[in-house]
Design a protein around this ligand. Structure first.
Ligand code: FES
Length: 135
């Protein structure tokens, strides 16, 4: 695994938060059409913070490792802050990536953003059904 940092290699070998979530508050997916790699992220949200997170990744070591690192980074974070995290922030947290693997750090932030949009959409629908209130 030449070119990968120790932290990335460790997360690839022992990825955290792998799995699916039956009762998620939001689910997001993103794929890279150029390489075919794919990530799904499930979140639970309490008081607008990510309380639980799970992921599945069909992808390369960099995609799996960065998604594992990202899930650890955002657990406990406010959804607004988590939605703003960029692939550059993740790449830095992963100790950098070889040039040809830099696109692999796009997947987790994209899937999480999609999961947060899904969560907000569900909250808006719930609020509309119950006659309004805070979203
Ligand atoms: Fe495409 Fe890693 S090779 S995400």
């Amino acid at each position: 695994m030449a070119g990968y940092s120790d932290i990335l290699q460790e997360h690839f070998k022992n990825p955290r938060n792998v799995g699916e979530m039956e009762d998620a508050d939001g689910v997001g997916r993103v794929g890279d059409p150029t390489c075919g790699d794919y990530v799904v992220i499930w979140i639970k949200v309490r008081d607008e913070h990510i309380s639980e997170i799970k992921f599945k990744c069909l992808g390369c070591p960099a995609a799996i490792g960065t998604t594992s690192i990202f899930c650890e980074m955002v657990r406990g974070m406010h959804v607004d802050r988590a939605a703003e995290l960029s692939d550059e922030v993740l790449e830095e947290a992963a100790g950098g990536l070889p040039e040809e693997k830099r696109h692999c750090s796009n997947l987790a932030p994209g899937a999480l953003y999609d999961a947060i949009v899904n969560y907000v959409t569900r909250e808006v629908a719930k609020s509309a059904r119950t006659g309004g209130g805070k979203v």
